[in-house]
Design a protein around this ligand. Sequence first.
Ligand code: FUB
Length: 610
Amino acid sequence: MRPALLTARRKALVAWSVILLLPALLFPSPARADNPIVQTIYTADPAPLVHNGRVYLYTGHDEDGSTYFTMRDWHVYSSADMANWTDHGSPMSLSTFAWADANAWAGHVASRNGRFYWYVPVRDRASGSMAIGVAVGDSPTGPFRDAIGRPLVNNGEIDPNVFIDDNGQAYLYWGNPRLWYVRLNTDMISYSGSPTQIPLTTAGYGTRTGNASRPTLYEEAPWVYKRNGLYYNVFAAECCSEFIAYSTAPSATGPWTYRGTIMPRQGGSFTNHAGVVDFNGGSYFFYHNGALPGGGGFTRSVAVEKFTYNADGTIPTINMTTAGPPQVGTLNPFVRQEAETSAWAQGVETEPASEGGMNVGFIENGDYLKVKGVAFGTGASSFTARVASGSGGGTIEVRLGGPTGTLAGTCSVPGTGGWQSWTTVTCPVNGATGTRDLYLRFAGGSGYLLNFNWWQFAQGGSSGGNLLTNGGMENGTTGWTASGGSTLSSATNLAYAGSRSLLNSGRTAAWNGPNQNVTSSLTNGRSYTTSVWVRSQSGTPSAKATLAVTANGTTNYFQLTPARTVNTGGWTQLTGTTTVSWTGTLTNASFYVETATGTDGLYIDDASFQ
Ligand code: FUB
């Protein structure tokens, strides 16, 4: 169900965006921060997992406006480049565990034998205390089901973490206020022996002062892993607020030696919770803070920093940043990319899409998506978007370098009759070359404009240029002629953009229209994208753009756009992509706008054929 009102978080994000955009207005095209990783909801307790060339990030979810750890489901994100993250939605919630009734807290996912085991602390309905459940799925994004139908361990403590040693022995660690481990069996859903308490000595876990019942720094959130033969336990230290510290050991069961602080108290959340992975030759430290608008101790957000181990294996101090790690490689715009893949999503939310996966929704005027490091190479000629709108639609502005950066194209999204009634729109693009940060900015009236499922660019020549002369119609009738004895004039009373459009009146047949010779520009077998904005002088004719191609004495007609009804009250975009080919010697090619029937006059503006 679509909320009628902005949530407090969304309002805060809008307010924040105004503040963030102030420098943009003063200094065009700023680099945009990419931490926290998720902007569409509050997320907490990151648990990263590297699998098949991607980093999967499992998080908890702080409900908007929480004044406690009010958490009901878990979410999954993934990235191939550590900058752009794909939202996979929420494949697991409290309802996955029939025996649990609250507190979907900090979990951890481990992979073994092609399966994914998600260990989570939840409140056991029967005892009313915290217990640890385990769910299993066949893919890193689920679906997940309760593996055993009851708690795996049930001692009132939290924050499970699983480590599988080189010899195949898996360990489950957890605990607050104590620290426990137990040896998991290879099925990963049962264990051998009894849970064992790890001695919390000051040598192993540092010294806490002023708390007789907790003499060491260990608080919660263990994260155990092995590197170069050394075992690390990264944990949340002291409370409150917490910092992140670590200990090391020669084996998975200790003895542990306290090594110091990794991340000092920072970031506006009184808890912190870390996860550490190596990916693509780099080391990454995940944590959470209160950095989003409205954020704090119960409205947290996950973030990540890249770091390098010291030569002796110790971990350097890591500070929170808003920039996040550098991008690994680039993003390919010429294959389908999900709308819910972005480095920053401003003002929008995500939801399950009827076509599968997720879509970006709840889009309003001025919202935008930042996609970092998009490799356009020698150029893109058009942009295609999968969209739906239960209202009147809007536009997607294809911008480069910033939310108010260079406008490379504008795609018009019509109302489609439903928020999940999907259609594909295409618009020409100019000047998208090299590797740029892509901003897809949404514009339109008030209220929700459209939903957005995926996008893809088509490759184009380095010119990326419009083959039409005076496509903007700002230079009078230059470049255009009128067929069939109809007349052309430059209209100064109506324009889709700029101050002029082109009026074709006195039409005596449907094929009469404003046209332009493009013979010398055509390449046999190439794909061309057309966009032209049309308005009728009278009536509601059906208009379309056509290319007449004459080769070896034969003329073929290519429909460049579908026919769309145009009217006198507003502008309608005709757009499409068509492959143009011929046999023999090309002698003439003429681009024109015509009607399916009738002789109503036509205004045209912002025409491009490229
Ligand atoms: O998110 C709820 C609890 O807060 C987690 O279980 C702890 O690690 C702390 O982050």
